[in-house]
Design a protein around this ligand. Structure first.
Ligand SMILES: Cc1cc2nc3c(=O)[nH]c(=O)nc-3n(C[C@H](O)[C@H](O)[C@H](O)COP(=O)(O)O)c2cc1C
Length: 198
């Protein structure tokens, strides 16, 4: 085991490579796993719009299934996989809502119809027919008119704060390389690094 080695340089170079070689949305897409309070798992794709020393950020409807699961069981995992690069990154840790300012800043960067969509979509609830969604979109287009679309209070960001980060690198004969970084404290800069059998 090696102490005090940071996963950040590898994260940086792998994300840079993915963004330079792959379509942007593919490079930032990850499977997000969460679970109910009883431990029933669920998984879906999200766009991880940014990351920094303190965590990985994604945005969603705070009343969606994933958000309810995060409320009752605030831990999760992310898995990026880039087939063309033969690389996978797995990240595990607690999940917390971002500051409102982070959500506001990101919401402002979305195009107007995506902002309207955030208001119109009761994400994860039953939609009896598509026309109901279209009517809701038309309603909010009319409501906001020429004004700036404010961020709905039921929509915003989450941050997954990593306690474990594993890098997987494809190698011939399935003898892949796996390197796992772990830390005890959410704020610690001191990571342990170990290799895993493939
Ligand atoms: C590539 C891809 C990226 C996605 N990104 C997001 C996202 O960033 N936020 C989001 O709420 N849903 C995103 N979705 C939709 C989710 O996968 C999912 O359908 C939705 O969030 C509802 O999930 P839930 O019912 O588990 O809450 C994405 C889907 C795909 C296929």
């Amino acid at each position: 085991m090696e102490n005090n080695v940071s996963p950040i340089p590898t994260l940086k170079s792998w994300f840079e490579e993915a963004k330079s070689k792959l379509p942007y949305e593919y490079a930032i897409s990850a499977a997000l796993a969460t679970a109910t309070k009883n431990g029933v798992p669920d998984v879906r794709m999200v766009l991880v719009k940014s990351w920094d020393d303190s965590g990985f950020y994604f945005y969603t409807n705070y009343r969606s299934s994933k958000s309810q699961q995060i409320d009752e069981n605030p831990v999760g995992a992310l898995c990026f996989f880039w087939y063309e690069l033969g690389k996978q990154i797995r990240i595990r840790g607690p999940i917390a809502k971002t500051d409102e300012k982070v959500s506001d800043d990101y919401f402002k960067t979305r195009d107007r119809l995506s902002q309207i969509g955030a208001w119109a979509s009761k994400q994860s609830q039953i939609l009896p027919n598509r026309f109901i969604l279209q009517k809701r979109i038309a309603y909010y287009i009319g409501k906001f008119g020429l004004f700036e679309v404010p961020r709905p209070n039921f929509w915003g960001g989450f941050k997954l704060i990593p306690l474990e980060i594993e890098f997987w690198l494809r190698k011939p004969y399935r003898l892949h390389e796996r390197i796992i970084f772990k830390r005890e404290e959410l704020t610690s800069n001191s990571w342990d690094r170990q290799f895993l059998f493939p």
